[in-house]
Write a protein that binds this ligand. Structure first.
Ligand code: SF4
Ligand code: SF4
Length: 224
């Protein structure tokens, strides 16, 4: 098992500072907040100021929301988000899918400005603040994925070592989430067959199985 926290290097920027929280989370960010990597196991977070001026789409990655897979559902429930999921399903913001859930896309203005273009984007993206839900309510991919432009931007800013850590954490998380999802998918098929109930008891069960799977992961938020 990789200890993510130990894998974080010290950036060469003198203006960078480290924040180490009691739960083991380590964040590095330079003064201009160009790029930030927070190492926290399944809750690892990569953020870049480039995303506010995305070169690909006025609504950034949120025009194509990722899957809300079994492992994402379980992780959200682990962090106390079970009722959030039930409510979002009732409002059709999340819809049932063979892999778990799918984030609904709706057409809306990119910003509040008059005449701002309307694009189809994730239901939780608004024209003011971007994503309107907390990081522990999103699919993990929303938190740890950034495109190659972000890495190139950060590398140009002299943060190549940090970028290497972020790409490494990203690759490892993709591999782990795929494996967790496959195991949870087998569990769902074996125990719920074709009639997945999507109710509170099912979500709690999924979170308990996920908790056992990820119990050796360091740095993530603790189950509530
Ligand atoms: S990660 Fe890349 S594509 Fe996504 S919002 Fe940021 S800059 Fe845009
Ligand atoms: S959940 Fe938030 S970050 Fe993820 S696609 Fe939707 S609006 Fe974007």
């Amino acid at each position: 098992m990789v200890n993510y926290v130990d894998a974080v290097p010290v950036p060469s920027h003198p203006q960078c500072s480290a924040v180490r929280s009691p739960n083991g989370t380590v964040s590095w960010g330079c003064r201009t907040l160009m790029f930030r990597l927070t190492i926290a196991g399944p809750d690892t977070h990569v953020a870049s100021s480039l995303c506010a001026h995305c070169p690909h789409s006025p609504a950034g990655c949120c025009v194509a929301p990722p899957r809300f897979a079994w492992a994402d559902i379980a992780r959200v429930v682990q962090h106390g988000g079970r009722d959030f999921l039930l409510d979002a399903i009732a409002k059709k913001q999340l819809v049932k899918a063979p892999h778990g859930l799918t984030l609904t896309r709706v057409k809306g203005r990119v910003t509040e400005a008059y005449g701002s273009p309307r694009v189809a984007k994730c239901v939780f993206h608004d024209g003011k603040t971007g994503c309107t839900i907390a990081a522990d309510r999103r699919p993990a991919t929303c938190n740890y994925y950034v495109c190659s432009d972000v890495f190139e931007d950060a590398t140009r800013d002299g943060l190549g070592t940090l970028v290497a850590s972020a790409t490494g954490a990203h690759a490892e998380l993709v591999e782990k989430f795929v494996a967790w999802d496959e195991r949870l998918d087998r569990y769902v098929r074996a125990n719920y067959a074709d009639d997945v109930p999507y109710n509170a008891a099912f979500f709690d069960d999924l979170a308990a199985v996920f908790c056992n799977m990820t119990s050796d992961e360091k740095g993530g938020l603790q189950p509530m």
